[in-house]
Design a protein around this ligand. Structure first.
Ligand SMILES: Cc1cc2nc3c(=O)[nH]c(=O)nc-3n(C[C@H](O)[C@H](O)[C@H](O)COP(=O)(O)O)c2cc1C
Length: 246
């Protein structure tokens, strides 16, 4: 857990990185991330795991990640109960909380939904559990590699500005707009940002704009960003659910 200002500055600093160095994650940082994930697992019913050293099994070689990811040694496995209807949204919300904490520690990350060998994670699962995606995590050079820049340019075609991320009936308060600014910085698969945040009759709700089950991960990430940008509050789970400001 971080203080609010540290989550906010991590939102500003975070960006997806795909080429990692051989430097291991220090023991005390790994310990802090293990502790956070244990606490979020307890709250959410998820079973997120930080796996150190064996990331190559998921990413090395063209067949596993199409060469998109280089040098990944560590990852966070986003695991939940197959029968939990809110699983994907929770994975987005709590996974991104870990991502922001890692960013604050100076670590780099990238959410990965497709470009990895999912079968290599089967051994992590208990009966009734399923793994939906992973987050690559570790150290990177400051300078982005040529391949990273190519991916970033491609992804920039997605992305949305503040106006297309919200629907406002009447006049919204500043804290709502600050929430939307933080949503505009949230990672999403292919940078599609498939959601809209609504202000109506003094109430805030968040809605997906696509049908696929996977968009709930993006929604969960965006809801966390909104909550941090707005300066605190609590979300109900679900598509179209409401935000309760504190
Ligand atoms: C749920 C999810 C799945 C993603 N899957 C992949 C992936 O399979 N491969 C990849 O290279 N990037 C993946 N990304 C990273 C996005 O491309 C990236 O977040 C987006 O382009 C925005 O860039 P930024 O994170 O630097 O702000 C994924 C992101 C999210 C949130």
């Amino acid at each position: 857990m971080l203080i609010h200002a540290d989550y906010l500055s991590a939102i500003q600093r975070r960006c997806s990185r795909r080429k990692y160095t051989a430097s291991p994650i220090e023991e005390e940082k790994a310990e802090a991330l293990h502790k956070s994930s244990a606490s979020y697992n307890e709250t959410s019913g998820l079973n997120m795991k930080l796996i150190l050293g064996t990331g190559g099994e998921l990413f090395d070689g063209f067949k596993r990640s199409y060469g998109l990811f280089v040098g990944v040694k560590n990852y966070i496995a986003l695991i939940g109960r197959a029968d939990d209807p809110d699983r994907m949204e929770k994975e987005g919300y709590y996974g991104e909380k870990l991502v922001l904490e890692a960013t604050h520690m100076g670590l780099s990350t990238c959410w990965v939904g497709t470009s990895y060998d999912k079968g290599a994670c089967d051994k992590l699962l208990a009966p009734g559990e399923t793994l939906d995606l992973v987050v690559a995590i570790g150290y990177t050079e400051e300078k982005h590699s040529l391949k990273e820049r190519f991916m970033e340019n491609n992804m920039r075609k997605g992305g949305k500005d503040r106006d297309s991320l919200c629907e406002i009936a009447g006049e919204a308060p500043n804290w709502f707009l600050h929430g939307i600014d933080a949503v505009a910085k949230s990672p999403s698969a292919r940078n599609l940002m498939p959601f809209v945040f609504r202000w109506q009759d003094g109430k805030v709700s968040a809605h997906t704009t696509q049908q696929a089950e996977r968009v709930m991960v993006d929604l969960g990430i965006a809801k966390l960003h909104f909550e941090i940008g707005a300066g605190g509050g609590r979300w109900d789970w679900g598509d179209g659910a409401e935000f309760h400001r504190e």
